[in-house]
Design a protein around this ligand. Structure first.
Ligand code: ADP
Ligand code: MG
Length: 168
């Protein structure tokens, strides 16, 4: 199913020079980049992005640390589109927010050795390189939030179309 998802490279991806590698890994999945930007989001935007449900899931401190983290530094928000974009991105990221629990081959598993314990000790948001929307509905909300007036690029990925053609 063709769908769109929202992805954000977090500040640690920029600070560690991993932007090209991560985008390369996402491109390998066959998804198209429909929008991309580089920004320092306002606190308001950061707080809308990491809403009350994050506090319910992980506690108010984690939410505040996340808001601080992305609003104090620079991030790369993106829209990716293609078949099963939401789950493709989530699978490529790794199976957990804790990099220590992510498989080798995944972005978080390969590129971050942070753990929940280490982040808790330092009272920071776990630097795990990448955010990806968790559902198609969340993706559309996040796209509206980050790219309210953008025109989204539409172009072919002949390699991907070729595979679609063969598989019918
Ligand atoms: P994901 O990013 O995999 O969708 P969540 O939406 O549950 O995970 O959490 C958002 C982010 O909150 C995580 O990516 C991570 O950076 C941060 N986080 C989650 N739990 C903790 C924690 N216990 N301590 C610090 N940061 C955390
Ligand atoms: Mg999440």
């Amino acid at each position: 199913m063709t769908e769109r998802t929202f992805v954000m490279l977090k500040p640690d991806a920029l600070h560690r020079g991993k932007v090209g590698e991560i985008i390369g890994q996402l491109e390998e999945t066959g998804l198209q980049i429909a929008a991309i930007d580089i920004r320092s989001p306002s606190k308001e935007l950061a707080r809308e992005h990491y809403g009350p449900e994050i506090a319910e899931r992980h506690g108010e401190d984690v939410r505040e640390n996340l808001v601080e983290y992305i609003s104090e530094f620079t991030v790369i928000p993106m829209v990716l589109q293609g078949r099963n974009a939401v789950s493709k991105v989530r699978d490529t990221m790794g199976e957990s927010f804790d990099p220590m629990e992510c498989s080798p081959g995944s972005i978080r598993g390969d590129l971050s050795s942070y753990s929940t314990d280490a982040a808790t000790e330092e009272a920071i948001a776990i630097p795990n390189l990448i955010h990806g929307a968790e559902s198609a509905e969340a993706a559309e909300n996040e796209i509206d939030l980050w790219f309210p007036e953008s025109e989204f690029a539409a172009y072919e990925r002949p390699d991907f179309d070729y595979i679609n053609d063969i598989l019918g």
